[in-house]
Design a protein around this ligand. Structure first.
Ligand SMILES: [Zn+2]
Length: 87
């Protein structure tokens, strides 16, 4: 990774942690899960509504790998991009 990429990841991580801390402070749901690429523990905000299901492409703030996540009130499921791209 270049210095620029590392700097971006540091910012991404700070933003994610700050967002989750604010969310948790307001009584929102926050969960941790493991990056499917580097196994680092990542934090993410969860939906508050049982009916909601958030799917998104997420960049790991530890290794920079793209992965997809599905977030529900029950937690986060992460999929390696290698498993979903081209399938
Ligand atoms: Zn990672």
């Amino acid at each position: 990774m270049s210095k620029e990429q590392v700097k971006n990841l540091v910012e991404l991580k700070m933003n994610a942690l700050e967002y989750c801390a604010k969310r948790a402070a307001k009584g929102g749901k926050v969960a941790s899960y493991n990056c499917p690429e580097c196994q680092a523990e990542l934090v993410a905000g969860l939906p508050d509504d049982e009916k909601e299901r958030w799917t998104s492409a997420t960049i790991c703030y530890e290794c920079g790998a793209l992965h997809s996540t599905v977030k529900t009130v029950h937690g986060v499921t992460a999929y390696s991009a290698k498993d979903t791209i081209g399938s």
